[in-house]
Design a protein around this ligand. Structure first.
Ligand code: V47
Ligand code: SF4
Length: 360
């Protein structure tokens, strides 16, 4: 019996927690069939044949950012052509343009724009809540929360409380990238550290704000970096239980300084499977079609992913970096893609509560 057979047998028969060493062997040496089967067996045991999606709308309120992460094709420096900020009128207009649709979640993220006031953020949440009282506001990365805290001289706890009061119900998982300090220094030197990212999510969870978590992969990182990243997320989840979903984000290589290649299909599926196996305490793994492409996302449902994200309408961040997928999908299309892949589409809200009356 070779290394991987022994680990697979141990994992399947004893069902114990995947160790760092075993994860590294599986990630590097197991065949894609074996790894995909393991990931799929785990996702089937938790979610059966269901594949979730959300009826959502993205709102990227500004692309002006004081950081210049090497992989980011979306941000502009203050004063650089192409920079934008949505006024409250623009935000209203964008939400009202889809007011007839049964949107359940508004996903809000933007750059670190020093030209905005603290009140801008509170007004934005209040405006969204006023126009869409039934939708959950899932907003901001830990990086934006840290920016609000340092720019406006407030503690993270104060910022979270103010945002919650204005309508924030959950946080997005962006900005995690790769926690490894040296690599982070290379790919996003101005960004908060991995431990600050984790600490902000920990504080959010203790205030009752659930969140997602991500990992940017397929650039300069090694498998060790990836497993260490998953380990840090698993440890935090053991202590707070506040993560809803993990999203492995495949690096998009165009229009950015990093000039790495991006993961191929095999690497993408292996990462999905390892994530499902390693993060045994995070309920959902997302196949993010907007970055991975619809076809790879369909396959990912067979390798451990159970969530297909949502309608989005206008994805800007991955598309600025060359994503070839559509920028949004209709609900009917989403359901058809999930069904064609062999799964039962289930509409959910931000917290993965199932929504019975589908609108398609
Ligand atoms: O934080 C930036 C990443 C993230 C590139 O929480 C890139 O539900 C790939 O976090 N190639 C934003 N990735 C997206 C994100 C997200 C998306 C959907 C759902 C949720 C959620 C979160 O995109 C950024 C950064 O990590 N990113 N540039 C790039 N070239
Ligand atoms: Fe700014 Fe976020 Fe882009 Fe980094 S990834 S440059 S923090 S918008």
């Amino acid at each position: 019996m070779n290394n991987t057979d022994a680990i697979i047998k141990k994992h399947v028969q004893e069902g114990g927690r995947l160790t760092r060493d075993d994860a590294l062997i599986l990630a590097r040496e197991a065949s894609i069939h074996d790894l995909g089967n393991l990931g799929n067996a785990r996702r089937q045991a938790i979610h059966g044949n269901k594949a979730y999606y959300v009826y959502n709308q993205h709102l990227n309120y500004t692309n002006v950012c004081q950081n210049a992460c090497k992989f980011c094709a979306y941000s502009k420096r203050e004063g650089q052509p192409g920079g934008y900020v949505y006024s409250m009128d623009e935000i209203r207009k964008r939400l009202l343009s889809r007011i007839d649709e049964p949107i359940r979640e508004i996903h809000i993220v933007g750059g670190l724009n020093p030209g905005l006031t603290y009140d801008y953020f509170l007004n934005m949440l209040r405006t969204v809540h006023e126009i869409r009282p039934q939708a959950t506001i899932k907003a901001f990365t830990a990086v934006e929360i840290a920016f609000l805290s340092s720019t406006y001289h407030k503690s993270v706890a104060e910022v979270l409380a103010d945002l919650q009061e204005a309508g924030l119900e959950a946080m997005t998982g962006g900005g995690a990238e790769i926690f490894d300090t040296q690599l982070r220094q290379k790919i996003c030197p101005e960004k908060i550290s991995g431990s600050q990212w984790l600490d902000i999510h920990s504080q959010a969870h203790s205030e009752g704000i659930y969140s997602n978590c991500t990992m940017l992969f397929g650039h300069l990182e090694t498998w060790e970096n990836r497993i260490d990243h998953l380990q840090a997320l698993r440890e935090l989840q053991d202590s707070t239980g506040g993560f809803l979903c993990f999203i492995p984000l495949p690096y998009q290589p165009e229009n950015n300084e990093l000039k790495a290649k991006g993961p191929d299909g095999n690497d993408f599926l292996r990462t999905i499977a390892i994530s499902r196996l390693y993060l045994d305490n995070i309920p959902h793994i997302k196949a993010y079609w907007a970055y991975a492409g619809v076809k790879a996302a369909q396959l990912a449902l067979w390798a451990g992913a159970d969530d297909f994200d949502g309608t989005i309408v206008e994805e800007k961040i991955g598309h600025a970096a060359g994503s070839a997928s559509p920028s949004g999908l209709g609900e009917k299309q989403l359901r058809e893609y999930i069904t064609a892949a062999g799964f039962s589409p289930v509409q959910r809200d931000t917290f993965f509560r199932e929504i019975e009356n589908i609108s398609a």
